[in-house]
Design a protein around this ligand. Structure first.
Ligand code: HEM
Length: 250
């Protein structure tokens, strides 16, 4: 459909190469778009980075290392409010507004300069898959079964119990790849939109860095999953002989 900015019939519209930074006054949803963009980096992206690269990686050193990390996180001051305002609400906002952007078909070829707009579609689908995965993962790990904040000793075994079941393991792998891609390519999008990295050459170099981050995140996540699956199932049900010294000394 023709819009006010469409060229007259027969006139070729010249589209500037590269990514136009967001500018004040471009549309009524400017502030929400900016907030959506920023929330993908901080706090949601920062949390994803910590979760995969720091906390989950401790599984590689075994059940006790993982238990110590979970115990450390569970004992942070005001942990419930940290989770609520630092993780759940920002993810809910980013995800719901993300679905709205998707539904509206917002965004344009200038922001996603690659052929066929594959990256535009991939950014939406990886967000959707990550959303399904995050809902499932939070429900099973945080709100069902043994409470890991009160029983960090059960952490390794509880995650193992899930990833030993092939369908769930595959869901973990798909969720990990989707979230890693969405975040890594999202950093590139963010930098281009906010005018942090501009110019063709710089953007191409930065894209290579972001792809590198995608492989690092995916590799670290797969290494954690392998560590979980390569050890015998650890106890995790309340009442089993799994309590370690960390729990006892708390
Ligand atoms: C793992 C959690 C998530 C992280 C770390 C994350 C991070 C990011 C980042 C850094 C961006 C780039 C910001 C920008 O476009 O300027 C982005 C964009 C986007 N995200 Fe997410 N996101 C997550 C989950 C989701 C979910 C669940 C959805 C729901 C569909 C979603 C939908 C979108 C959309 C549609 C864009 C592109 C916006 C545009 O083209 O302007 N994201 N995300």
């Amino acid at each position: 459909m023709a819009s006010a900015s469409s060229p007259a019939p027969g006139v070729t519209k010249i589209v500037a190469h590269g990514v136009a930074p967001l500018r004040a006054g471009q549309g009524y949803s400017f502030v929400l778009r900016r907030l959506h963009s920023l929330s993908g980096i901080v706090p949601v992206g920062a949390f994803l980075f910590e979760h995969i690269l720091i906390s989950n990686s401790t599984t590689i050193s075994g059940p006790h290392a993982y238990e110590r990390q979970v115990s450390f996180l569970a004992n942070l001051p005001l942990v419930f409010f940290l989770e609520l305002f630092g993780i759940w609400l920002p993810i809910a906002f980013h995800a719901l507004y993300g679905f709205y952007i998707w539904y509206r078909g917002d965004g344009n070829a200038i922001s996603y300069p690659w052929s066929g707009n594959w990256m535009y579609t991939a950014q939406r689908w990886t967000g959707g898959i990550a959303f399904a995965y995050i809902l499932w993962h939070t429900y099973t790990m945080r709100f069902t079964g043994v409470d890991l904040h009160d029983n960090p000793w059960a952490s390794f075994g509880k995650v193992q119990h899930e990833v030993f079941q092939t369908p769930f393991f595959l869901f973990y792998v798909v969720g990990l790849i989707a979230a890693s891609w969405h975040f890594a390519y999202g950093i590139w999008l963010f930098s281009a939109k906010w005018g942090i990295v501009s110019g063709d050459k710089a953007q191409k170099r930065f894209l290579a860095l972001c792809l590198g981050l995608f492989f690092v995140l995916t590799g670290a996540g797969l290494a954690s999953l392998t560590a979980l699956r390569s050890r015998p199932q650890q106890p995790f049900e309340p009442g089993t002989a799994g309590n370690s010294q960390i729990t006892e000394s708390r």
